[in-house]
Design a protein around this ligand. Sequence first.
Ligand SMILES: [Zn+2]
Length: 647
Amino acid sequence: MAASTARALPPVAAGAPIPRVGRSGSTRDGRTAVARSRATATTRARATDTATPAVTTPASDAEWAASSPLEFAPSLKDAASCDALAVVGKKACVLDEGLLAHLPDAVQTHVRLLARDIKPGSEGAKRTTSVVLFDEEGDTLGTERGTTTLELTVIVLPDASELSRHNAPSASHALTKCLAGVKAPRFGKTLGLVCALADASEAVAIAAAVARAFPTYSAKSTDARNTESGRGAVAVKGTVKVALHDASRESHDENTKNGNKSSVDSFDGDAELKAAKAVAGGVRLAARIVDTPPAFMDPDALVAEALSVCAELNKSVLFASDENGKEKASRALVVATTLREKELIAGGFGGIVGVGAAAARDGREPALVHLCHKGDGDEDGDKGRSTALVGKGITFDTGGLQIKGKAGMPGMKTDLGGAAAALGAFYAAVLLDPDGSKRGGGDLHCVLCVAENAVGPSSFRPDDVLLCKSGRSVEINNTDAEGRLVLADGVAFASGEDVDADDVVDIATLTGAQMVATGRFFAGIVSDSEEFEKECVVAGRKSGDLTHPLPYAPEFFSREFGSAVADMRNSVKDRSNAQASCAGQFVANHLAKRGNENGDADKAKVRKPKRWLHVDIAGPSTEKGSGRGTGFGVALLVELLNARGQR
Ligand SMILES: [Zn+2]
């Protein structure tokens, strides 16, 4: 009987016309959102004051990035010639002669004085001073008064001895914290950020920390706000120029030992620099998606972000492949498929359709976005493991009919942090690895489960039964436990015949219980594979996106979801029985049955036993206090993928 109850659902019957209010011409491919924001940009006059040019509601990630530029400078000298300068790193790295040699003499002296004096503790510490600069002939630089003043900040990060074994050796957490007081420069000004690395392998973690310290989203208006033309314009900031310096490399440099200032000025870790740039871009993209208000980052807009990432990647891949011939380009293209409500109903995605039903009535239809990047395989044409990154994209979570309270609802625009991280990671991973060789040659998929959990006459109700993509029915006992419902459909799609990924990684701001279990700095992870779990912990320490395992034990946790009328309920009976693990277990209950579990003799499946990893980022995806998105998960997932090719 449970099955027949379920068959009548999802609650919006297939083919039923869905009345739409509020937005005419809503399309299924997300173009409406882009068109609308572009229209807004053109109807609002731009600021006429050329001293403070402004963009109104940027329409693309590139435009947003341009409103708060973050560049990787080609050399230390380039970063050191900015209007303000920050030198950051562990004490020995900041005091490295190979680095200091490239800074102006007066700056060198002050960096030495400040860095020696700073006691970083376990949190890192900083000092700021003003340095008076002269040019080489003793003449004036820039001003008629004979001097120019540089604001210099020195940030000293904790040494390894101050860090516990669960922390990242790069101490990147301390960098973001110390950079919190370093403001992005005003328009027309530049800030140089010289990052002294102990080792080139720290580049990604440090770049991610810098990226989250200088986010792109802002609705702060310009000074022209009182004029009609400047009204609502978003202020454009000056450029942050980041230069990386590998202290371990310079210490082997003969020139440096001899005190010769001609030692190499630019960062030599070409691969690490590329990775740092790509990950920083992914982190800022993810953080912006999280920071954008829900009226703008609605399901259509999130779909549009994914499609624009796809277009951006294809543009760069085609460009990169031109030299190597056409067939390479055709292999490396990213293919996007978007299912909107009608297709989701037809495809049996009852979880996503149920959660998104109320908003869909108002024209904000749920979606499943699938981006696919084919790997080229290794030299023997052997494809490595394929991976699907599945992200929870609840664009706003009211809690549904079991509505959140007035204190619990603010901040719920961030409930798409998992989808944002999956998309940012996919962007960076493909950009870095156009043929997939770094990840072992396998295919990479990104699956975004997009819905707004709204309140309305067509909201899904407690006691409703949804039939999920997996074919399993779920009795709703908590409409605020909606993330696992959309993820259930996402992992069923990713592990089933549609995608059939070897490794399924779901990432989500899933439970408040994650914060109780592993806190704000560590994501809680659950996996059915000890090997995969270890890979994730290692990737976390390397990338600075820390993770800590939670128990995986279906025999203890599955029974929490018992239902009299359906295959399971969506929320636990006992809230003090490892809730964060249980939520992961609910998602795992919807994975497609796997060859290795069934004793299936299919060789391919036996050779590549399937694995599942669940990453709950409820705590670390936003910064406590500011509530800003951190882009957490981007660096982690890129590192997890890249490590695969290195084995
Ligand atoms: Zn919720």
